[in-house]
Write a protein that binds this ligand. Structure first.
Ligand SMILES: [Zn+2]
Ligand SMILES: [Zn+2]
Length: 427
């Protein structure tokens, strides 16, 4: 078995992993590089972007753009595999993006929508075999819904690829038991290390964040939350908190559709994903979706407006003109709070990912920053490595500081620092 990290040994996002055995190839993730990383010219990759693909396949850990965004650069016949619900969400996002005003961008997303039609899906623990290689997905908690690690097996060798994951989400309780049950006898872990640079930062759990939101929603009547539309668990937590605080939960129809996809596929497993759409129940704490007609601002019919003013609300917003008049109106009231529930780097001029539209949108208002990371902290990495005890060692990826793995873990386990494109012989 041979292993190559084509990109991502020394950067966050845009990672591409190849595992080869007897001519068969499994690739893991093929996404965009994040803003601020030096654009690396990618040489053609045989079995992925060129050449014969009859003995290869691409597996995607989750729908974040830095993991899936480049699927249209693959050879057309290459089989691609994604989690079932993740694919439905991704399709919904891409459909929407294929109608944005920028014609080049719209065209790019239309191509992705076409490619999506050919994608295969998998479910947790369902093994997929590509010739000599077997891939088993293990469900993990991340800021993307339906995310996976993979156990890849061939030549009597077993690799655990972590994808992006964390130990402080609502569904992280299963992490260690899952690894104990299914990641036995592992030779190497290919591990993400996003947070290793800020190893001393105290990371809040999603549970703690939900409790903080709850006290704000009890206290403030009109609540606007700017949150990524695909940070599904955060949004469901907000829905439950709204219900408890008896505030109306409001979002646009695009967001509502995303939540419905999750609810329909997962409410039978946990009530956390069960949304009460019943329109005859008490309006306090009820779910409302806003229909947007063209580019016009949202219009509330009188009844809805009266509910919102009477019971207060938790409204998910986006930095566009549809929400602007609402913010203008309510921000003048003392009973209003505006929360920013995403990474603060987007609002930091010093950061390459600085988003001017977002910054200008929020600038007139006082903002409460309410967020926690989608990635594992140092302690979680440590426990994962102790649990799995890889015989050969750990290969860092998805990190800006691979050398820190050496600093923190070299007593515990062997660290193998590869360069992008270097072929590693798995013996
Ligand atoms: Zn990522
Ligand atoms: Zn991610």
């Amino acid at each position: 078995m041979k292993l190559t990290i084509h990109r991502g040994t020394n950067q966050i996002g845009g990672c591409i992993t190849e595992i080869e055995s007897d001519g068969y190839k499994v690739f893991i993730d093929f996404g965009e590089q994040l803003l601020g990383t030096d654009a690396k010219e990618l040489s053609p990759i045989d079995g992925l972007t060129c050449g014969d693909v009859s003995k290869s396949a691409l597996f995607i850990t989750h729908y974040h753009g830095d993991h899936i965004g480049k699927i249209c650069d693959t050879v057309n016949d290459l089989p691609i595999y994604v989690g079932k619900t993740a694919l439905e969400i991704f399709k919904h996002i891409e459909n929407r993006l294929s109608y944005i005003p920028d014609p080049n961008e719209a065209e790019r997303h239309k191509r992705i929508v076409e490619r999506i039609k050919t994608i295969n899906t998998f479910e947790a623990l369902q093994k997929v075999t590509i010739g000599e290689i077997t891939v088993m997905p293990l469900f993990v908690d991340h800021s993307a819904f339906d995310a996976y690690m993979f156990v890849i097996e061939a030549d009597n060798k077993r690799i655990l690829h972590t994808g992006d994951f964390r130990g402080h989400g609502f569904r992280s309780k299963g992490l260690i038991p899952t690894l104990k049950a299914y990641a036995k006898d592992i030779d190497y872990i290919i591990s993400e290390g996003t947070n290793i640079q800020r190893a001393n930062d105290k990371i809040k759990t999603e549970n703690e964040l939900q409790k903080d939101f709850e006290s704000y929603l009890q206290k403030y009547k009109y609540n606007f939350v700017l949150v990524s539309s695909t940070n599904i668990d955060r949004i469901f937590a907000l829905y439950h908190v709204s219900k408890k605080a008896k505030r109306c939960f409001v979002c646009d129809d695009y967001q509502a559709k995303t939540l419905k996809i999750v609810s329909e596929n997962h409410k039978q497993y946990t009530s956390f994903y069960d949304i009460d759409y019943e329109q005859n129940t008490d309006p306090a704490g009820r779910f409302f979706d806003l229909i947007r007609k063209g580019e016009k601002p949202f219009y509330f019919h009188e009844k809805l407006k009266s509910y919102l003013d009477r019971y207060g609300f938790c409204m998910l917003i986006r930095s566009n003109d549809a929400f602007k008049p609402l913010l203008e109106e309510y921000s003048k009231l003392n009973d209003t709070k505006i929360y920013y529930s995403m990474w603060d780097g987007y609002l930091d001029r010093e950061k390459p990912a600085f988003n001017e539209t977002l910054y200008d949108f929020l600038k007139p208002y006082e903002i409460e920053h309410m967020h926690t990371s989608g990635h594992a902290d140092l302690e979680t990495l440590k426990v994962v490595f102790e649990t799995v005890e890889p015989k050969g060692g750990i290969i860092p990826i998805h990190t800006g500081a691979p050398e820190k793995f050496e600093e923190f873990f070299n007593k515990q386990v062997n660290i193998i620092s590869l360069r992008d494109g270097e072929v590693f012989d798995v013996k």
